[in-house]
Design a protein around this ligand. Structure first.
Ligand SMILES: [Mg+2]
Length: 280
């Protein structure tokens, strides 16, 4: 039991490292999406460092690997930090974020960076790609799984719901959609832009087995991802309730931090709040 607690605490600290790493990257580039990097950090950390994804950084193209697709491709700071932390490429490469000729573009590019499965950035594309990948596994009678992390605002794109219909039609229980439900999108709160609720009921109506979770509770996330699918024969949807800007008080729940980039003083304050040191 203690081991489980220690594992969850270790993951929490790693997620805070990822947060500071992402903020250091956006500070360097003077560009980025800090708020979503911070909201998604625990989910990414549990998947990659908590032993959930069956992957091998030494063999990024291993055919039997689980696939992870970051549909909210703008949150590349947290994603790249997580991939580097897991060993897909050297941590020092994070210093080149958005530099010209860097492999670390503002949005992930599968032709440049090991560990990236799909080019994302235009919203509403990750889930359709994930459904295709899950269907491919089914057709090949292979047992790898497909995880896709979407933003909440991006669910306003109709392509998601076409993909959801297809997933339920084929009973793709090797697919898990994780919604980073931070309640903020570019410009404003989701409910003031295009209302998302009742979100769980909507996924359920589209044939998914739906569960909700605290998206910052690493112990709960570990426990939930250890038992997939949620229901045999159905695709899974985990609505992860998160806080945009999580862990950095001046960024939490502030729509302006969707695109916010820290100045020198803010980066130093964030490091103190997160209790982390970047080290690259
Ligand atoms: Mg959002």
């Amino acid at each position: 039991m203690l081991a489980e607690k220690e594992r969850a605490e270790w993951l929490r600290q790693k997620a805070n490292w990822t947060r500071l790493s992402a903020m250091t990257m956006t500070h360097h580039a003077r560009l980025g999406h800090t708020g979503g990097d911070l909201s998604s950090a625990d989910i990414l950390t549990v998947l990659y460092l908590g032993g959930i994804l069956r992957i091998d950084p030494a063999r990024p193209d291993w055919p039997q690997r689980d696939r992870f697709i970051l549909s909210k491709g703008h949150c590349s700071g947290a994603f790249y930090s997580t991939l580097a932390s897991r060993g897909f490429f050297p941590l020092e490469r994070l210093q080149t974020y958005m530099d010209s000729l860097s492999m670390l573009n503002g949005h992930p590019d599968r032709n440049k960076l090991p560990g990236v499965e799909a080019n994302t950035g235009p919203l509403g594309h990750g889930l359709p790609i994930a459904v295709g990948a899950a269907l491919a596994a089914r057709m090949r009678k292979e047992n790898w799984r497909v995880f896709v992390l979407t933003g909440d605002g991006e669910l306003q794109e109709g392509s998601n719901w076409e993909a959801a219909m297809t997933a339920q039609h084929y009973g793709l229980d090797n697919l898990i959609v994780i919604v980073d439900r931070n309640r903020i999108q570019q410009g404003d709160f989701t409910e003031k832009t295009i209302r998302m609720e009742p979100l769980a009921e909507r996924w359920s109506a589209f044939g998914f087995a739906v569960e909700e979770i605290d998206g910052h509770d690493t112990a709960a996330l570990l426990g939930r991802f250890d038992r997939l699918p949620f229901q045999p024969g159905k695709p899974s949807c985990l609505i992860a309730h998160t806080i945009k800007g999580k862990g950095v008080s001046f960024a939490e729940n502030q729509p302006s931090w969707h695109h916010g980039v820290p100045n020198d003083k803010q980066l130093a304050a964030a490091a103190v709040e997160l209790g982390a040191e970047v080290g690259w």
